[in-house]
Write a protein that binds this ligand. Structure first.
Ligand SMILES: *Cc1c(COP(=O)(O)O)cnc(C)c1O
Length: 387
């Protein structure tokens, strides 16, 4: 499979814009739903925060996936896009009362609870509606993900989750409350994880130990949710358009000691949408300085903040030049030195007006866009809009 980039149509459009190849997205979703079927007793909840584009969400829900939401707005977007309420999970360390009420009113599948005070507020709000909320506890497994420090979430020092030592206490607290019902354990150790053995095997071992501990106390765990975090190949997107979901999902099924009554849940975000998206931009100027040349493009950190925020690198392509390559620093127009997409990039000779693609921008691109510098949020197009 190859990415379709309808260049002649791109030339007619105002830049910058996001472009999504829905054929890639559909093929990715097909691989996931095949693997779900192969494993059985398994559910996949798409992490909406990676990309909540209203043209993409209905495609994702149509493949039988649920939604992992981290805000009331995401719950609303998921419901509007066809995700069934009983396949919505709600995570986050700081759920506001209105968000909890929204989730209760819609009877979502489960709250992934991150603290005792949160548990008590959910119980209180559920009681006032005469309902019982299903809760899973997000446990911080103190397992490091070998990824960028800003996207590791499963270490004891991170703000996320409940300490393992406090797990039994909070489960006992839940059992004592009338309007919450304990349904499972939740974990999410970080993002852009490429070494499955180094990061996810220790997680499996930790989960097995915690399960045994709970079972010895007579606590039955219905659901095990291992979160998201599967990484993508940002350096060679075209060679690895579809992440290896089979290896990823089957390794959990193999290494977790799942009980026959348990359902295994995944929450991938990035790995579903990253590779189908590109940020398309035009070159404004080529600027020469003493020992550098800069390709200044009309997209910046306002449209794709990952390089500035996580020192991430996206594969950069000049779509409109076949000339000899030269070396450029590719930068945006925003008044920040961190507004830089690549240093010493080798690109076919760049001229004003050339179209530049920043590849693998489907995850945490549009979703993190801002209006800094009074810039307008850009448009987005899917393949069907352009052919
Ligand atoms: C962000 C997040 C995810 C998705 O992470 P990816 O790395 O995009 O797969 C899943 N679960 C939770 C709780 C998250 O916060």
């Amino acid at each position: 499979m190859k990415t379709t980039l309808p260049l002649e149509r791109f030339k007619q459009l105002r830049t910058p814009f996001y472009y999504y190849d829905t054929r890639i997205l559909r093929e990715t979703l097909k691989v996931i739903s095949d693997e779900m079927r192969a494993l059985g007793n398994c559910e996949v909840h798409y992490a909406v925060k990676a990309n909540a584009n209203p043209k993409l969400l209905p495609i994702i829900s149509s493949y039988g996936l649920g939604a992992d939401c981290v805000s009331g707005g995401e719950i609303e977007a998921a419901l509007k896009s066809g995700f069934p309420a009983d396949k919505i999970v709600f995570a986050g360390v700081g759920k506001a009362d209105w968000e909890i009420n929204l989730a209760l009113d819609n009877d979502i599948f489960c709250f992934n609870v991150e603290s005792v005070p949160e548990l008590e507020i959910i119980n209180e709000l559920a009681a006032s509606k005469g309902k019982t909320a299903s809760v899973a506890f997000r446990i911080n497994p103190d397992v490091g993900a070998h990824t960028h420090a800003n996207i590791t979430t499963g270490l004891a020092e991170n703000k996320f989750g409940i300490n393992m030592d406090d797990m039994e206490g909070i489960i006992a607290r839940a059992m004592a409350l009338d309007h919450v019902h304990f349904v499972g354990l939740h974990f999410h150790i970080g993002s852009q994880i490429l070494d499955l053995d180094a990061d996810f095997l220790p997680l499996c071992e930790r989960i097995n130990a915690l399960q045994d501990q709970l079972e010895s106390r007579g606590v039955r765990v219905e659901n095990i949710n291992v979160g998201g975090g599967l990484g993508v190949d940002y350096d060679h997107p075209e060679q690895h358009l579809i992440p290896d979901f089979k290896a990823y999902m089957s390794m959990f099924a193999k290494h977790l000691q799942l009980r026959p009554w348990q359902t295994l849940h995944f929450e991938p975000g990035r790995s579903i949408v990253a590779q189908c998206g590109s940020l398309i931009s035009r070159v404004l100027y080529v600027k020469q300085s003493a020992n550098k040349q800069f390709a200044i493009i009309d997209a910046g950190m306002t449209e794709l903040i990952r390089p500035a925020l996580y020192q991430a690198h996206h594969f950069i392509e000049n779509l409109t030049s076949n000339e000899e390559t030269e070396i450029y620093d590719v930068v945006g127009p925003i008044c920040e030195s961190s507004d830089l997409f690549g240093r010493d990039e080798r690109l076919p000779r760049v001229r004003r007006g050339d179209l530049i693609a920043l590849r693998s921008s489907g995850a945490y691109g549009e979703a993190m866009a801002s209006t800094y510098n009074c810039r307008a949020l850009p448009k987005s197009y899917i393949l069907e809009d352009l052919i």
